[in-house]
Design a protein around this ligand. Structure first.
Ligand SMILES: NC(=O)c1ccc[n+]([C@@H]2O[C@H](COP(=O)([O-])OP(=O)(O)OC[C@H]3O[C@@H](n4cnc5c(N)ncnc54)[C@H](O)[C@@H]3O)[C@@H](O)[C@H]2O)c1
Length: 332
C-alpha cells in the first residue's frame, strides 16, 4: 500500500518511522515544506521516498497521514478526501469550530474516511480503565483528576499556530474524558496563567492552567496542564468511584522525588517526551488506521469526536477569558 505523509517535524518524523515499519506499507512518500527535513527523515527508511509537492505525495496513494501544523490541517484534509484517499490527521482538525464543522460535513457528504489522532485511545492503560469502568468495577464514578506536563515547552513558533493550551494540550484530556466515561461535559470552569512565559502572554496564551468539568451524569473532574516540568513528560489520571479508585500512567518508577522517608530517588525521568510515553499507542493507532483504510475496521476516532473535543476546548478558553463558568450549550 502506498502512503503519503505530510509534515515530518517533532511528531511526523516518529509517524514516518512507525508507518514505514508497518508490513502493509510498501512505499511511503514524504512531503514537508522544508525539503531538507523531508530528506533527513526519509534517508534511513527503506520504503520512504521524498516527494517534491503535496500532489506527488498523494499521487497513487491509498492512504495519507497529515502531521503538519494545526492551522494547515483543514485544507490538506479536504485535498486528501477529494482525491479519495483515506486520511489520518493529527489532532486537532482545526483551531476554529466552523472550520472543523466544515470538515465533519465534508466527510459526511463524500463518505470520506478520516481518522483523527487522539492516541490515548490506543494506550493500554486507558483501554483497561475504560473496560473497568464499563464493567462496573468502580461502581458509580464520582470524580477524576488528570495531569498533563510537558517536560520542556515546545518552540514559540509551534505555540503560535497551535490554537493555545486549551485547544492544543487539553484537547487530549477532553477527548479521553468523553471516551473513558461514555459521558459528555456539561459545564466547564477554567483558569490559567502565563507565569514564566511572557511570550505566551503576548500570544494571548497560557502555559499553566486548570479546568474543572461537570459531566452530564454528575461526575466532577479536574484537569491541570503545564508546558514545563523537567521531572519528565507526565500524563496521568486518577478515577474515583464508589467501589474503587484506579490510576492510569503512574509509572512504578515514579518520576517525582518522594518526600517520604526512605523513598528511592530517581536520577532521570522515565518519560522524556510524548514519543516515549506513547510509542506503543502511536504504533497501534497507525496500524489500526491501515486496517480502517482497507475497510477492515471501524473508525476509532471520527471527525465528529474531534469536533466535540474542540467544543469543550472552546468553552474552556471562553471561561478563562471571561472569568466565568461556561455551559457547553453556549458553544454552537
Ligand atoms: N498526538 C500527539 O501526541 C501530538 C504531539 C505533538 C503534536 N501533535 C500534533 O501534530 C501536528 C504537528 O506537530 P509537531 O509538533 O510535529 O509540529 P512541528 O512544527 O514540529 O512540525 C511540523 C512540520 O510540518 C512542516 N510543514 C509546515 N507546513 C507544511 C505544509 N503546508 N505541508 C507540509 N509540511 C508542512 C514543517 O516544515 C515541519 O517539519 C500538530 O497539529 C500537533 O497538534 C500531536
Amino acid at each position: 500500500m502506498r502512503v503519503g505523509l505530510l509534515g515530518v517535524g517533532r511528531l511526523g518524523a516518529t509517524h514516518a518511522a512507525t508507518a514505514a515499519a508497518l508490513p502493509d506499507v510498501t512505499e511511503l512518500r514524504i512531503y514537508d515544506a522544508d525539503p531538507e527535513r523531508a530528506r533527513m527523515v526519509a534517508a534511513p527508511l527503506a520504503s520512504a521516498k521524498v516527494a517534491a509537492t503535496v500532489d506527488e505525495a498523494l499521487d497513487g496513494a491509498y492512504a495519507a497521514i497529515v502531521v503538519t501544523p494545526t492551522d494547515t490541517h483543514a485544507p490538506l484534509i479536504m485535498r486528501c478526501l477529494d482525491s479519495g484517499v483515506a486520511t489520518f490527521c493529527e489532532k486537532p482538525i482545526a483551531i476554529g469550530i466552523a472550520e472543523t464543522q466544515a470538515i465533519v460535513d465534508h466527510v459526511a457528504r463524500t463518505a470520506g474516511r478520516l481518522q483523527i489522532g487522539f492516541q490515548r485511545r490506543f494506550d493500554s492503560g486507558y483501554q483497561r480503565a475504560r473496560a473497568a469502568i464499563r464493567a462496573g468495577e468502580l461502581g458509580t464514578v464520582y470524580s477524576f483528576l488528570m495531569v498533563s506536563c510537558d517536560r520542556t515547552p515546545p518552540a514559540d513558533a509551534y505555540i503560535a499556530t497551535s490554537g493555545g493550551q486549551f485547544k492544543d494540550q487539553f484537547i487530549h484530556d477532553f477527548d479521553i474524558t468523553r471516551w473513558l466515561l461514555d459521558d459528555e461535559v456539561e459545564q466547564i470552569t477554567a483558569i490559567g496563567s502565563a507565569r514564566g512565559f511572557p511570550t505566551y502572554e503576548a500570544m494571548n496564551d497560557v502555559g499553566t492552567s486548570a479546568v474543572m468539568m461537570r459531566m452530564k451524569q454528575g461526575t466532577i473532574g479536574l484537569a491541570t496542564a503545564l508546558r514545563h516540568n523537567e521531572a519528565g513528560y507526565d500524563i496521568h489520571v486518577e478515577i474515583h468511584g464508589g467501589k474503587d479508585t484506579i490510576a492510569i500512567g503512574i509509572d512504578p518508577r515514579t518520576p517525582w522525588r518522594s518526600m517520604e522517608a526512605d523513598a528511592p530517588a530517581f536520577a532521570s525521568p522515565p518519560y522524556p517526551s510524548f514519543h516515549v510515553r506513547f510509542a506503543d499507542a502511536y504504533r497501534a493507532e497507525l496500524a489500526h488506521f491501515m486496517r480502517f483504510a482497507r475497510g477492515e475496521r471501524e473508525n476509532p476516532c471520527t471527525a465528529a469526536d474531534a469536533l466535540e473535543a474542540l467544543r469543550i476546548a472552546e468553552a474552556a478558553g471562553r471561561s478563562f477569558r471571561e472569568r466565568r463558568s461556561v455551559p457547553l450549550t453556549e458553544i454552537a
